[in-house]
Design a protein around this ligand. Structure first.
Ligand code: GDP
Length: 444
C-alpha cells in the first residue's frame, strides 16, 4: 500500500531523529528534509510541502527549547499537526438527517469508481440505520444499470433504473420521486461519467441536478491522478456545483497523498476515501484519523465507530473504554470482531501498533496471526481474561501455561499482552473524551 509506505518513511524519519545520539538542530533539519522528500515523492504539491517545512520549524523552535523539554514529543506533535493541516479541508459537510429524504447525487468521470462508491456509501448509511436506496441515472453506458443492480443486490439495497428509458433526467426524477414517496431516507443517484462531448456531460449533470434537487452532490475522484485532482475538481465545480468529494483508490495509488492534499487545498470537504474494491472499503475521512493511521498510530475512534455500525459484540468493551479500562477479554472480543469486519489489513491499521505488527503480511497470514492471538486468549482463565494483564507480568508462569495451552510461544503471548497494554493506555487517555462525547449524545 503506497500511502502506507509514505507513512512508514515519515515515521522512520521521526523515530530515527528521536533515537539519534545527539538530537541537535542539524539532525532536526535533516528529519524535516526527509519528510519533505517523501511527501514530494507522493506527489504532494511543492508549495504545500514548503509550508509544512516552515510550520514544523516554527512550531518546534528548536534552538529555544529548554534543555529538559521532551523534544521527542514536541517534534512528534509538530509533525503530526503539520500533516493534519495539509489534508484538512477546513470545511464542514452536509449531514443527512434521519426521518427525511436526503438526496445525494454522484458526479465524476467514468472509471473514477462512481458506481462502486454509490453502493459503498449506500451500505455505509444502511449500516447506520438509514433507509437507503440507489437510482441509476447513467443511461449512456450500456451495462451501467446492470452493474449497479448487481452491486445493490449483493448489498441488499433497493434500486431503481430503466433499460428502456434513454433520458437520464427522466430516470433520475422518476426514481427519486418513487423513493421519496416510499419515505427512503438516503436516495443516492448515480450519473453518467462519459458523453460524446464533455459539454454534453456537464449539461446533463446540471439538468439532473435541477430535476432532483440534491441535498448533497458528491464528486468522485480517482486518487491516482494525484495533484491533477485540483484542476479536475475545479473544472467540475464550475458546472456541477458539488459540496463534497470522495477520493477513491487510495489503496493502490502512488499519488494518493497528492490527491488528498490537492483537494484539501481547495477547501472542499473530503467526506470519504475509497480504500479498496470490497463493499466495506470506504472510510469516513477525518484528517486526524487519516494521519494517525498513516503514521501507524491507529484510529481508535474510527474503529469504535466502525464496530458500532456493524452491531458487533462491543457493548462491554465500549463500557470499559468509557471507564478507562481495557481488559484482556476486551482485546479478545475486538480481535474476534476484526475477523468479521472484512479486509483484515485495513482493520488492523485502526488498532494502534497492530498495523506495524501485521506489516508485510497478506490477509491470509494476518488472519492466521489473529487466530493464534484468539487461541491464546481462549487458553486463559476467566480471571486472567478480565484482568488488566498485570498478573501475567507478576507471574510469568501464566504466560508459559497459555503458550502451551494454545500451541503458541511465550514471545507471542508477550506480544499479545503488550498490544493489550497499549490499548489499555489509550483507553485511559480516552476516558474523559468518551464520557464527554456520550454526555453530549445524551446516552448517559
Ligand atoms: P465508474 O465508471 O466511475 O462508475 O467506476 P466503477 O465504479 O465502475 O469503478 C471502476 C473500477 O475501479 C472498478 O474496477 C472498481 O472495482 C474500482 N474501484 C472503485 N473504487 C476503488 C477503490 O477505492 N480502490 C480500488 N482498488 N479500486 C476501486
Amino acid at each position: 500500500m503506497v500511502l502506507q509506505d509514505l507513512g512508514r518513511r515519515i515515521n522512520a524519519a521521526v523515530t530515527d531523529l528521536t533515537r539519534a545520539p545527539t538530537l541537535d538542530e542539524k539532525a532536526f533539519d535533516g528529519m524535516i528534509k526527509t519528510i519533505s522528500n517523501a511527501l514530494a515523492e507522493a506527489d504532494v504539491n511543492i508549495k504545500l510541502v514548503a509550508n509544512l517545512r516552515k510550520t514544523i520549524k516554527a512550531s518546534v523552535k528548536f534552538h529555544e527549547l529548554p534543555p529538559h523539554a521532551n523534544k521527542k514529543r514536541i517534534i512528534q506533535k509538530a509533525v503530526f499537526d503539520a500533516l493534519v493541516d495539509i489534508v484538512d479541508p477546513h470545511q464542514k459537510e452536509y449531514v443527512p438527517k434521519k426521518g427525511k429524504s436526503n438526496v445525494i447525487m454522484f458526479v465524476g468521470l467514468q472509471g473514477a469508481g462512481k458506481t462502486t462508491t454509490c453502493t459503498k456509501l449506500a451500505r455505509w448509511y444502511q449500516a447506520r440505520g438509514f433507509k437507503t436506496c440507489l437510482v441509476c441515472a447513467d443511461t449512456f453506458r450500456a451495462g451501467a444499470f446492470d452493474q449497479l443492480k448487481q452491486n445493490a443486490t449483493k448489498a441488499k439495497i433497493p434500486y431503481y433504473g430503466s433499460l428502456t428509458q434513454t433520458d437520464p433526467v427522466v430516470v433520475a426524477r422518476d426514481g427519486v420521486e418513487k423513493f421519496k414517496k416510499e419515505r427512503f431516507e438516503i436516495i443516492i443517484v448515480d450519473t453518467s461519467g462519459r458523453h460524446h462531448q464533455e459539454d454534453a456531460l456537464f449539461a446533463e449533470m446540471v439538468e439532473i441536478q435541477t430535476a432532483v434537487q440534491p441535498h448533497q452532490t458528491i464528486m468522485v475522484l480517482d486518487a491516482s491522478i494525484g495533484q491533477a485532482a485540483e484542476s479536475q475538481s475545479r473544472a467540475f465545480k464550475e458546472t456541477a456545483d458539488f459540496g463534497a468529494i470522495i477520493i477513491t483508490k487510495t489503496d493502490g495509488a502512488a499519488a494518493g497523498g497528492g490527491a488528498i492534499s490537492a483537494v484539501a487545498a481547495t477547501h472542499t470537504p473530503i467526506v470519504f476515501i475509497g480504500t479498496g474494491e470490497h463493499l466495506l472499503d470506504l472510510e469516513k475521512f477525518n484528517p486526524q484519523s487519516f494521519v494517525s493511521k498513516l503514521l501507524g498510530m491507529g484510529d481508535i475512534q474510527g474503529l469504535a465507530e466502525h464496530v458500532q455500525s456493524l452491531n458487533l459484540n462491543q457493548k462491554d468493551t465500549m463500557k470499559n473504554i468509557t471507564e478507562g479500562k481495557f481488559s484482556v477479554r476486551d482485546m479478545r472480543d475486538q480481535l474476534q470482531n476484526i475477523m468479521k469486519m472484512g479486509p483484515l489489513s485495513k482493520m488492523a491499521g485502526m488498532i494502534p501498533g497492530m498495523g506495524g505488527m501485521m506489516q508485510g503480511m497478506d490477509d491470509e497470514e494476518g488472519g492466521m496471526k489473529l487466530k493464534r492471538m484468539i487461541y491464546m486468549c481462549d487458553s486463559m482463565t476467566v480471571k486472567e481474561l478480565d484482568s488488566d494483564g498485570r498478573m501475567f507480568v507478576e507471574q510469568p508462569t501464566r504466560m508459559t501455561r497459555v503458550a502451551r495451552g494454545s500451541g503458541t510461544s511465550v514471545r507471542e503471548v508477550e506480544e499479545l499482552l503488550t498490544q493489550q497494554r497499549m490499548m489499555g493506555g489509550i483507553a485511559k487517555k480516552m476516558k474523559g473524551g468518551m464520557q464527554n462525547m456520550q454526555k453530549a449524545q445524551g446516552q448517559m
